[in-house]
Write a protein that binds this ligand. Sequence first.
Ligand SMILES: NC(=O)c1ccc[n+]([C@@H]2O[C@H](COP(=O)([O-])OP(=O)(O)OC[C@H]3O[C@@H](n4cnc5c(N)ncnc54)[C@H](OP(=O)(O)O)[C@@H]3O)[C@@H](O)[C@H]2O)c1
Length: 429
Amino acid sequence: MAAVTSSRPYHVIIFGATGFTGQFVVEEVARTAAEGPGGAPLKWAVAGRSRQRLEDVLGRAAGRLSMPELRTDIEIIVADVSIEESLAIMCQQGLVILNCVGPYRFYGEPVVKACVENGAHYLDICGEPQFLERMQLEYHTKALDRGVYVIGSCGFDSVPADLGVLYTQRQFKGTLTAVESFLKISSGPEGFSGHDATWQSAVYGFADSGSLRQLRKKFGHTPLPVVGAKVKKRGFMFFSREIEQYAIPFMGSDPSVVKRTQRFLYEEQQQSPVQYSAYVGVGGLFSVVKLFCSGLLFWFMVKFSLGRKLLTMFPSFFSFGMFSKSGPTTKQIEDTCFSLTFFGEGYSESTDPSQGRPNAKICTQVVGAEPGYVVTVSTLVQAAVTLLDELHSLPRRGGVYTPGAAFYKTSLIDRLQNHSVKFSVRHCE
Ligand SMILES: NC(=O)c1ccc[n+]([C@@H]2O[C@H](COP(=O)([O-])OP(=O)(O)OC[C@H]3O[C@@H](n4cnc5c(N)ncnc54)[C@H](OP(=O)(O)O)[C@@H]3O)[C@@H](O)[C@H]2O)c1
C-alpha cells in the first residue's frame, strides 16, 4: 500500500470537483472512502479554482449522503489550470490526482505535466483520443523516469471496452483473434442525455481529426500483426442482427484505447493481438433518419469556426436534446443503463491460428448503470483504489498507459464486479 505522509497527506485529490461530473466523483469517493487502500480509510481532498464553489459542492454532498462531516473534515485546495504553481502545490499533496477538468484538449496537459514533475499519479476520464495519445507520446518517458503513472480514459470511455476485451481474451479457450463490440444504451421515458463539456469535447475532437493522423505517424509504430482471418469492417450504417437494431461505428475513444492496450500486450507481454471494432446501436428507422440529418449538419458545421461556435452555444438544439448545458436530470440518470456485448472469434487450443478459418466463438457482456456519470465515477474511483492498493502489479515503475495496460495484472475487473459493472460470458447464438 502506498503511504500517505505528512508532506503528502492525501491518497486522492479530486481536481475539478465543482464540475458536473466532479460532483458525482466527490459523492462516490465519500461513499467508498471506508474501502481505501489496504482496507484503511481513504484520505482525500477536493480541488478547483473557487473555494466557495468547492464548499458548496461539499455542502450538497453532505446533505445528499447524510454525512455532515464532509462540510468540516474535507480539505479544500485552490488550484487553477492556468497557474502552474497552484498545480504544483496541489500535486505535492496527493498520491493520486483524479483530473475531472475537461475538455482535456484545452485543460489537460498542464495537469499531466504538474503530476509528472511533482510525483503524483494521474487518472482522468478523458474520451478524446488526440489528448490521450499525445500524452503518451510526450510524457511516457518522463513519467517512467519519475515513477509516475498517467492513466487516461478511466471512465465509461474506455474502461468497459478495454477491460471487456481483456476479459473476453481471458475467458476464451485458445487464441482469440477478433472482437466486435456493440453498445446499447437504454433509457426511461425522459430519454438519455450528456453534459455540455462532453459535447464540446466531441465538437473540437471531430474538427481536429486530421491532427490525430499526423500524431499517429510520430509514434513510428509498425502495424500490429493480423493473427488469423482478417475481419472485414462493417459499413457506416447497417442493421445488426446481434443487437437487432441499426448500428454505426462507435466514434469515441474505445477503438483507440483498445488498440493501444493490444499493442502494449503484444510488445511487452508477447500476447497475440486481437483485431477490434466497436459499434453502437442507434435504434429503428426513425432514429436512423434523425441521426443522419443531425450527423450531416454536425459534420458540416464542425469544419468552420462559426459553426463550432454555434454548436457549442446551442448544444441541446444541435444534438436533438442528447447534450445540454444543464446535463441529465436525476430521473434520466436513474432510468438509464448500458450493455456492451462482445462477439469474439478465434482458434481453439489445439488449432494453429495461421491455418484456415477461425473455429471457435465467444460472446461476453459488460453491463452497468448510467454510463456517463454513474459508471464513469465508479470506474475512476475503483481505478484509483486499485492503483494505491496494487501499485506493484502495474507495469514497469511508471509511464503513460491505457486502463487495460496499467491494470491487466490487478484485480480491477473483480473490484468493478462488486460495484457498478458486471462482466459475464453469454450464450453464443
Ligand atoms: N469518460 C466518460 O465517459 C466521461 C463522462 C463524463 C465526463 N467526461 C469528461 O469529463 C470532463 C468534465 O466534464 P463535466 O461535464 O464535468 O464538465 P464541467 O461541468 O464543465 O466541469 C468542468 C470542471 O473544470 C473546471 N475548470 C474549468 N477551467 C478550469 C481552470 N482553469 N482551472 C481549474 N479548473 C477549471 C470547472 O471549474 P469551475 O466550477 O470553477 O468552472 C469544473 O470543475 C469532460 O472532458 C467530459 O468529456 C467523460
